[in-house]
Design a protein around this ligand. Structure first.
Ligand SMILES: *[C@@H]1O[C@H](CO)[C@@H](O)[C@H](O)[C@H]1NC(C)=O
Ligand SMILES: *[C@@H]1O[C@H](CO)[C@@H](O)[C@H](O)[C@H]1NC(C)=O
Ligand SMILES: *[C@@H]1O[C@H](CO)[C@@H](O)[C@H](O)[C@H]1NC(C)=O
Ligand SMILES: *[C@@H]1O[C@H](CO)[C@@H](O)[C@H](O)[C@H]1NC(C)=O
Ligand SMILES: *[C@@H]1O[C@H](CO)[C@@H](O)[C@H](O)[C@H]1NC(C)=O
Length: 331
């Protein structure tokens, strides 16, 4: 057990992953506020107006409005645990918002604001869908909506979130994960759908060059395409009615990539499978999509080259401007 944990730490280090404990990063003033009842309790909140981290425990709040968060002038990390917080308007100054066991039904994100949020963590609440406009959280690294009531997601809702490192939607009621066309997440490293109700997982539209960890244990999956997920090493499959031919294929193809994978698969153990025939093509995506992915890859590379050319040009212009300025001074 120890060696596995060590390997994981090592793998993380190799991949240059930062610590995700934002709380530690925030070297800041902090308070717990107990049993807040928003109606008539303005004073309590005002007293915390100079604090950077505020944790409300066992509050009864109908709506965490703009007015509410405006009172917490310095707050960058806001957390609610237990009690009831029905609705939350995300304040643009927050870096971290955590809701834990708060019966939250609605999280509001408004278009056109400059949101600073890095992590949105909503666990054990009552969301039935991913919050609307979630792709407005341009800086977000981590979205965990765990143990809620979500039934259906469309990955395109997260489109344009280029800093996304982790999406964790474990312990919901997800039956479908849709993708319209090809969707690219350059930095996505962890994707977790454990403990849902997936019977199929159409990964063919996924363009996720960094995807390292895919957790789909405790679903109802028989097989899905994985070969195009080139960075995938940590895959968790326990408690699915897997097809034996697929498991064998998976072990062969991903195992070649990294012995660690086999290690993980064995360690996470208890993989049972059912012997039904499987068409070999079901491991792979249709060639037309594969072709599109290659084209995308080429286009992205060209864009990067173009970007760096622009940067060089820009710095040359700045240099040039300095020279001009100096000459002007001399004159
Ligand atoms: C951050 O920590 C340092 C010492 O580690 C301390 O001197 C400083 O006051 C802290 N800043 C804040 C905002 O708490
Ligand atoms: C929330 O409630 C649970 C169960 O009553 C308790 O164990 C936990 O400590 C509470 N959390 C906080 C932060 O008080
Ligand atoms: C959730 O919060 C309620 C109080 O609002 C508490 O009774 C319950 O034990 C908490 N559950 C957990 C798992 O912390
Ligand atoms: C939520 O609270 C429970 C205890 O009530 C704790 O075990 C768990 O780690 C918390 N989750 C988050 C995301 O803070
Ligand atoms: C799992 O999928 C099979 C069909 O593949 C279906 O008959 C069964 O009801 C599903 N089980 C659950 C728990 O969703």
């Amino acid at each position: 057990m120890k060696s596995v944990l060590m390997l994981f730490v090592l793998a993380n280090t190799l991949y240059g992953i930062q610590s995700w404990d934002l709380e530690v990063e925030l070297n800041s003033s902090y308070t717990d506020i107990l049993n807040l009842n928003w109606y008539g309790d303005y004073g309590t909140i005002r007293r915390s107006s100079n604090l950077e981290r505020v944790h409300f425990i066992n509050s009864e709040i109908e709506s965490v409005s703009k007015y509410f968060t405006n009172l917490l002038e310095k707050c960058v990390s806001l957390k609610f645990t237990n009690g009831t917080v029905k609705k939350v308007f995300i304040d643009s100054k927050l870096w971290l918002l955590t809701l834990n066991n708060t019966s939250t039904e609605n999280v509001v994100i408004e278009p056109g604001q400059d949101y600073k949020l890095r992590a949105l963590i909503i666990s054990k609440s009552k969301l039935t869908k991913v919050p609307e406009n979630i792709n407005q959280l341009k800086h977000i690294n981590r979205i965990d909506i765990v143990d809620n009531l979500i039934e259906h997601i469309t990955l395109n809702d997260f489109d344009g979130l280029n800093n996304l490192y982790e999406i964790d939607l474990s312990r919901n009621r997800i039956k479908h994960v849709d993708t319209n066309g090809l969707i690219r997440f350059r930095e996505l490293y962890n994707l977790k759908f454990s403990n849902n109700q997936l019977q199929q997982l159409d990964t063919c539209g996924w363009d996720m060059p960094s995807l390292y960890m895919l957790h789909v244990d405790h679903n109802n999956l028989t097989h899905f395409a994985v070969n195009h997920l080139r960075a995938l090493i940590d895959i968790s499959l326990r408690s699915n009615p897997l097809n034996c031919a697929w498991v064998q294929n998976l072990a062969n193809s991903i195992g070649k990539r990294s012995p660690l994978t086999i290690f993980y698969m064995l360690f996470r153990g208890d993989i049972t499978c059912e012997k039904e025939s499987l068409d070999d093509t079901e491991m792979h995506c249709p060639t037309s999509i594969e072709h599109q992915r290659q084209q995308n890859f080429g286009l992205n590379n060209r864009l990067h080259t173009f970007e760096s050319m622009l940067k060089t040009l820009e710095s040359q212009i700045i240099e040039h401007q300095k020279v001009v300025n100096n000459v002007m001074k001399e004159l």
